[in-house]
Design a protein around this ligand. Structure first.
Ligand SMILES: Cc1cc2nc3c(=O)[nH]c(=O)nc-3n(C[C@H](O)[C@H](O)[C@H](O)COP(=O)(O)OP(=O)(O)OC[C@H]3O[C@@H](n4cnc5c(N)ncnc54)[C@H](O)[C@@H]3O)c2cc1C
Length: 481
């Protein structure tokens, strides 16, 4: 009977970065994910900001993990070739009440040991960001804030972990957890798996999974946030992440650049069911009104996409991280709302340390994969492009015209560990379909490449999750594709 050392439930940024951390050691780890790819929950639908760390209450795990995670994230993005840019952020204030709040954030940030915080006044502020509303009186500047591709962070860490020997099962929804002969039996829709330790990183379902292990001490109230993504034509609007003063609803509606050259605008915050990722007229109206207040020239007519993400809010001003009291060996990484993306590398390091303290083998894994390199044709200079095409002629065929993604990059992704099996899984790896036409032109060609490479029928290739099929068969001639 195969007994893993650790089973991780959930392949978001928390589960994947823990899988990566544990792959440094000779530890048998298995990650169970209910969807057909990693980062298919909240980790693909958020503001994509690596927060500096002035917002969480001092003394909380949230504050410590945020500030440590900010530093770790930068290093990991360099090592694993993940799109990342240290832009800095501004919290802008419109009056003396806002100024007082900004001063409080500055004090809080210093208590949290956030480096380089400064309150900037109008003249300097408008030099930094000319598009800001001229009614703004001052701002908190945080130079360590950054932007990142959050799904890429999960994919890169999971890919390296799997290359280093860790295991990952997709389409394996955990439905029960029991204890048998001193180890855990994790029951899934795909079968049963056994482990000495279980880590719950199930995002908005983390309370349900915790309950399966007999730990029912918190409840997740999901909170949806909605967004606009603006075309790359708007890229020059701003350089930094611009927030209003935070309120009890959260950090407020931000306007920020993305690592793919777009502008992101959002989110709001409303209670919702766990899987309610639709966009609503009311939510988008709220977002538009608040974004225009900070940056009046935001051109929402250049929107190419709306989306929403769901926060896992456990109703406390902290994360729930650590070993369960009633069920030894069962660990929670739960209630990971914002700044969970920023904090995830630090949470992973801490939880890996807790597991090692329980007696897991700390011998270094000789197969540990510490670095990764990805070809992004669009980012190469002319000489590098010629060289790449000489090396692999498939880099000479453009598949996605909006984002200049080549066949070579898609085939690279299909050959890496965790090969994508849906249109959106290719999108998360290569940026196909992320441009103005949203996959209208490249979609069928990407499907054909997946089908050829994975020896699948195009009928079996979903847009994203299993069951989200795009084609159902031929309308004329022989059935089947
Ligand atoms: C609107 C919004 C904006 C945000 N902005 C930021 C930001 O700018 N910066 C920042 O730092 N943080 C931000 N966050 C927070 C951040 O996105 C989350 O904290 C982070 O993504 C949580 O990651 P996770 O791995 O805990 O959860 P998830 O990404 O949700 O992963 C959980 C995984 O578990 C799987 N799962 C669930 N149930 C089961 C089951 N029973 N069996 C198997 N698998 C299961 C899910 O499919 C999912 O893949 C934002 C969140 C939202 C919603």
């Amino acid at each position: 009977m195969l007994i893993e050392d650790v089973i991780i439930i959930g392949g978001g940024v928390c589960g994947c970065s823990l899988l990566y951390e544990l792959s440094r050691y000779r530890i048998k780890t298995l990650l169970l994910e209910k969807e057909n790819d990693v980062a298919d929950g909240t980790s693909k639908a958020n503001s994509a900001i690596v927060h500096a760390g002035y917002d969480p209450p001092p003394g909380t795990m949230m504050a410590r993990y945020n500030v440590e995670g900010n530093t770790l994230m930068e290093q990991l993005c360099t090592d694993l070739d993940i799109l990342y840019k240290k832009t800095g952020s501004l919290v802008v204030g419109f009056d003396e009440t806002d100024r007082k709040n900004i001063e409080k954030l500055y004090v809080k940030g210093n208590k949290n040991a956030v480096p380089g915080l400064r309150i900037v006044e109008r003249e300097e502020l408008f030099r930094m960001e000319p598009a800001l509303n001229r009614d703004i009186v001052c701002a908190l500047y945080a130079p360590t804030a950054a932007i990142v591709a959050p799904w890429e962070f999960a994919i890169a860490t999971a890919e390296c972990a799997v290359k280093g020997g860790a295991k990952l099962e997709f389409n394996a929804e955990v439905t029960g957890i029991k204890k048998e002969n001193g180890h855990f039996v994790v029951v899934t829709t795909k079968g049963e798996y056994r482990a000495r330790f279980v880590v719950n990183a199930a995002g908005v379902n983390s309370d349900i999974v915790s309950g399966m292990a007999g730990e029912k001490f918190f409840t997740i109230q999901p909170k949806r946030g909605e967004y606009y993504i603006l075309d790359t034509t708007e890229a020059n609007l701003i350089n930094m992440v611009v927030f209003p003063c935070p309120s009890k609803l959260g950090k407020g509606v931000l306007v920020a650049p993305t690592v793919h050259g777009n502008i992101i605008v959002g989110p709001d915050s409303t209670d919702c069911p766990r899987d309610a990722t639709e966009s609503t007229a009311a939510g988008l109206e709220y977002v538009a009104k608040n974004a225009l207040r900070s940056v009046p020239s935001v051109n929402l007519r250049a929107s190419i996409r709306n989306f929403s993400g769901v926060r896992a809010d456990a109703g406390i001003e902290d994360f729930i991280v650590g070993e369960s009291k009633r069920t030894p060996g069962f660990f929670n990484i739960a209630g990971i709302k914002s700044p969970g993306l920023s904090a995830s590398p630090a949470i992973a390091k801490d939880v890996a340390g807790m597991l090692l303290d329980k007696g897991l083998d700390s011998t270094p894994n000789p197969d540990f994969v510490a670095t990764r390199k990805v070809t992004r044709f669009k980012h190469l200079n002319d000489d590098e492009k010629k060289e790449a095409i000489k090396r692999n002629p498939l880099y000479g065929t453009i598949v996605c015209r909006c984002e200049t993604v080549t066949e070579g990059e898609i085939v690279d992704a299909l050959n890496r560990p965790l090969p994508p099996r849906s249109l959106d899984a290719v999108k998360r790896r290569c940026a196909t379909g992320m441009g103005r036409c949203q996959g209208g032109f490249c979609g069928p060609r990407v499907m054909a490449l997946i089908a050829k490479h994975a020896n699948m029928s195009q009928i079996d290739i979903p847009l994203d999750k299993e069951g989200m099929y795009i084609v159902t068969g031929r309308t004329k001639g022989k059935r089947g594709l």
